[in-house]
Write a protein that binds this ligand. Sequence first.
Ligand SMILES: *[C@@H]1O[C@H](CO)[C@@H](O)[C@H](O)[C@H]1NC(C)=O
Ligand SMILES: *[C@@H]1O[C@H](CO)[C@@H](O)[C@H](O)[C@H]1NC(C)=O
Ligand SMILES: *[C@@H]1O[C@H](CO)[C@@H](O)[C@H](O)[C@H]1NC(C)=O
Ligand SMILES: *[C@@H]1O[C@H](CO)[C@@H](O)[C@H](O)[C@H]1NC(C)=O
Ligand SMILES: *[C@@H]1O[C@H](CO)[C@@H](O)[C@H](O)[C@H]1NC(C)=O
Length: 306
Amino acid sequence: MGKLYMFAYTILCLLLYGLPLGSMNDSAPNKKWQLVDNFEFNYDSSTSFRNDPDWSIDDEPENLCVGENIFQYSCHRMRNVAIQNGHLVIRADVNQWRGSSRFLFNSGKVASLKSWQYGKFVMRAMLPAGKLLRAVFLLKPRHMKYAGSWVDNGQMNGLVYAQQADSIITGIHYNMSHGQSYLGRLMKTKHNLTDSYHLYTVEWNNHTIRWYFDDMLVFENEVGKPFDQPFYFILQLGVGGPEFDTRHLTVTANDSSQWINPRFVIDYVKVYQDASTLTQHSSSTNCKCKLSTILLFLLLAIFLFL
Ligand SMILES: *[C@@H]1O[C@H](CO)[C@@H](O)[C@H](O)[C@H]1NC(C)=O
Ligand SMILES: *[C@@H]1O[C@H](CO)[C@@H](O)[C@H](O)[C@H]1NC(C)=O
Ligand SMILES: *[C@@H]1O[C@H](CO)[C@@H](O)[C@H](O)[C@H]1NC(C)=O
Ligand SMILES: *[C@@H]1O[C@H](CO)[C@@H](O)[C@H](O)[C@H]1NC(C)=O
Ligand SMILES: *[C@@H]1O[C@H](CO)[C@@H](O)[C@H](O)[C@H]1NC(C)=O
């Protein structure tokens, strides 16, 4: 009988200690980065992106269009934003309203209402194909912590894509010394970004910001202030922008005839944060685990001694 108890005891020990250890995978790549927000755009019939409290969608009346300050020819319309097959699709089309010589097109812009200070922001997306189409994934400060203009509070350009099917621009805006306010990199990727999905990542902590295309490091900047405040993200499709030589452009609505696929298709955006800065949550669950294990052993020991 004693041997049977010892056998059961050993098995229980193995189960209690072995199982939790087995599921804590040290080689898993997400050990440092813990998923904190997951925007997968999988809405069922009972939920709607338009009513999702996590997002805002710009909807400018066509006669009161403001677009983007950076010379774009499109107006942000809610009807140009849709969920299709679990993807967020921002589409450009021709603005039928003829009251403006500038806003010849419609496009869309959405923003997260949540914001985060530090973390890893990963967008998986396929980019639009055609003349003057420009897709961006930006991070902007939620509240302006520092006096001055938007530049004094910083902006991280996770992705700026301007028509060239194989090229991305990553970069950063802030008030640098020497009066400079922008640093960035244009990279040719060797992929056709308009017919395949890729990962566009910004990894940001209190001293360094890194940009990745898929798993490849694209750009890096060592900076603390003003990137020491919560940021939110923007996903936007526009027509035109500063990367195009607007001074020498004659844009007409007919330029849309040179669009192959005027859609910015986002599969997901995921936000991760450093697990070591989120210890409160994980250590409390660890404590619970340990406590229940100790209690079980105590009960078992009492049972064995009786
Ligand atoms: C641990 O993670 C690695 C990398 O994700 C995976 O290949 C491996 O199968 C995992 N092992 C266990 C026991 O889960
Ligand atoms: C921006 O940087 C310049 C030069 O470093 C500095 O003189 C100026 O005060 C800065 N502006 C703000 C709002 O910090
Ligand atoms: C890239 O893909 C688009 C379709 O999105 C296609 O029309 C275009 O020809 C491709 N470009 C190259 C250089 O293969
Ligand atoms: C950045 O954060 C780490 C850990 O939270 C801290 O030890 C370090 O002093 C911080 N560095 C700066 C420059 O604030
Ligand atoms: C519109 O563009 C197409 C293709 O670029 C061209 O064939 C057509 O003549 C243009 N129409 C006008 C009205 O400019």
